[in-house]
Design a protein around this ligand. Sequence first.
Ligand SMILES: Nc1ncnc2c1ncn2[C@@H]1O[C@H](COP(=O)(O)OP(=O)(O)OP(=O)(O)O)[C@@H](O)[C@H]1O
Ligand SMILES: [Mg+2]
Length: 724
Amino acid sequence: MDISHIFNELNDAQREAVAAPPSPVLILAGAGSGKTRVLTSRIAYLVEAHGVSPLSIMAVTFTNKASREMRSRIEDILGLPMSGMWIGTFHSLAHRLLRQHYQEANLPQAFQILDSDDQLRMIRRSLKELALDEAYWPPKQVQWYINAHKEEGRRPTSVPPSNDPQQQTLLAVYTHYESLCQRFGLIDFSELLLRAFELLKNNEVLRARYQDRFQHVLVDEFQDTNSIQYAWLRLLVQRSGNLFAVGDDDQSIYGWRGAKVENILQFEKDFPDTKVVRLEQNYRSTSAILNAANAVIENNDTRLGKNLWTAGEEGEKVKLYTAYNETDEAKFVIGQIQAWVDQGGARSEVAILYRSNAQSRTFEERLLNAGMPYRVYGGLRFFERAEIKDALAYLRLCTRTDDDPSFERIVNTPTRGIGNKTVDTVREYARQHQLSMWDAASRLIGSSHLTSRAQSALATFVNLIQEIRSQIEDQDLFQQIEIMLDLSKLIEHFKKEKGEKGQARVENLQELVTAARGYEIDETEDDLPPLASFLAHAALEAGDGQAEEWEDCVQLMSLHTAKGLEFPLVFLTGLEEGLFPHQRSLEEGSGRLEEERRLCYVGMTRAMQQLWLTYAESRRLYGSEKYTSPSRFLGEIPDELIDAVRPKPKTSYSAPVRAHSAWVDDQSAHESGVSVGMRVGHPKFGEGTVINIEGHGEYARIQINFAEAGSKWLVLAYANLTQL
Ligand SMILES: Nc1ncnc2c1ncn2[C@@H]1O[C@H](COP(=O)(O)OP(=O)(O)OP(=O)(O)O)[C@@H](O)[C@H]1O
Ligand SMILES: [Mg+2]
């Protein structure tokens, strides 16, 4: 078979990777070097050249958007529909597995997914039931605690025991939360991954079946996998060994969410016969952009190190605009976009990137004023909007009456005279009798626990849900949604809301019907009833942009969302100390700061032809106005690489003072041979003394006081130290 069309568009190193014989393959390469292209071509190659069935391939992408793009690219290359192939995010693939094996996973068939908001609600409820005060036990911190354990694969029973009363309480909340979720068939995002992992780990038959089935597992953005994701991949490829991973340590930006860049180093240990391929040619950016990005990332100490060059043109210098404030910044950016469009550029070629979602508002206002269409990725996405969640809660309660979070959400929306007190009574009754709130409500109607007014209001609600259930039976999906919107009077309710907001909500609800129509036609992959399948899709899709029809819009998104994407014209905005790098990272020490720098590198390397950096001398954000100082990242770009519209501001910042950790891990000192007080030499920083060690083994972080370069934190595995 002629496969030249696959190879024509690849360079030698890329070809080598694409055509590697079946074995573990690790592609380690910088931004824009064609990693994603290689991964896609590899799939096409396996199918065409080796006759591998698309059904025995699994590909993991980082966002749903990326997985749709990959699917269509593969379909283009092969000219075949690839619907049976498992391409998706870790979450969507885990979900698919759990749907198919819900019994083995000990879940009810119509289990529901809790998004982050719903999860917080369940945590609040757990705290309440354990009589813990939210003021002392902030739900967000509890959420962080629970998710962090799940990401490490730890159930409450496997959390190491502690004498610390605080830890004991947190563990008790985790235990309680878990039992509530299990009782009601609810699973949060981390649970999806953990349960899918446990399913394969504990069930030998299923494990063997999937190990046989997936002869090839490919994963993009490998640097951002967490422990449980990596463990899951390892299980899947235990027999075949054919794990094909592509990644870039310089783009690891989810450490705060448990991702482990160390997985890259671990890979070669877990798979000793790994073929490692490095790609060094960047095809995305001009050399001006690439040089500036390289200058920034060079300031990180914890790097595997790699070369990146481009044969592309020099291009225009990176440009810098120093704005007076955030409005001026937005005005300037929109002016530049207008000029781009006037010269024949498309709006969709332009991206405005920011560190915090809250920054998008000012840009949005200006874009609206200028009548320029735009789309915001991230932030409050379609399926996360309040009115959409209300509608989905109706549908969820109709499919599963013991979905308590949905019950609570809509029991009095639109208002029907059910006050907090009544809801408290229902919740309490449910807790005492181990019932769902729905069952509790049904029993409380006609009992003396509630006033007769409350009883009749509850009865109205219960009857309404039953009415919707009976009417939507055997209807098409979009009709089910229309019927629900009609009977629940949700549209009527939001119509009463004044102004544009109410109007927008009504439009969004109508859009839900449209989404359902599209869904029926496109997605017929799983065996679920369409409504249940649609609800799962809604929960998973909330994570990133929607598959709306293409329109020529300016793209607005956070730096995290921009990963893997590219745009001819990029504005990297808000380059101010405390905003970017983010304040938290300045307080938490060098590891977090390096992650911010990687984020800056990710942002800069999204640009193909032109990169604008902007900085505002004063900024109003989160309700207060502040005078700012320019981001240190600006200072890291040599002057000769920058073309400043106004003179480049001086970056003067003092390096954060780091508290010495009192906890010195003697064991790690022992394992690695490095100990506090030892004199060492470093190829770049010269001679110094080890003054602190954190962590274990070769991934330990060590602080060294260098005679010339001052104090630095380094990761042992990369530091290349010699003992003096
Ligand atoms: N051999 C090649 N010839 C021409 N263009 C290429 C080649 N390889 C990749 N490209 C193009 O370079 C750009 C970057 O490729 P790709 O997105 O695959 O890089 P990446 O390494 O995945 O980047 P990132 O690290 O940002 O995810 C794309 O536009 C791609 O089509
Ligand atoms: Mg990529």
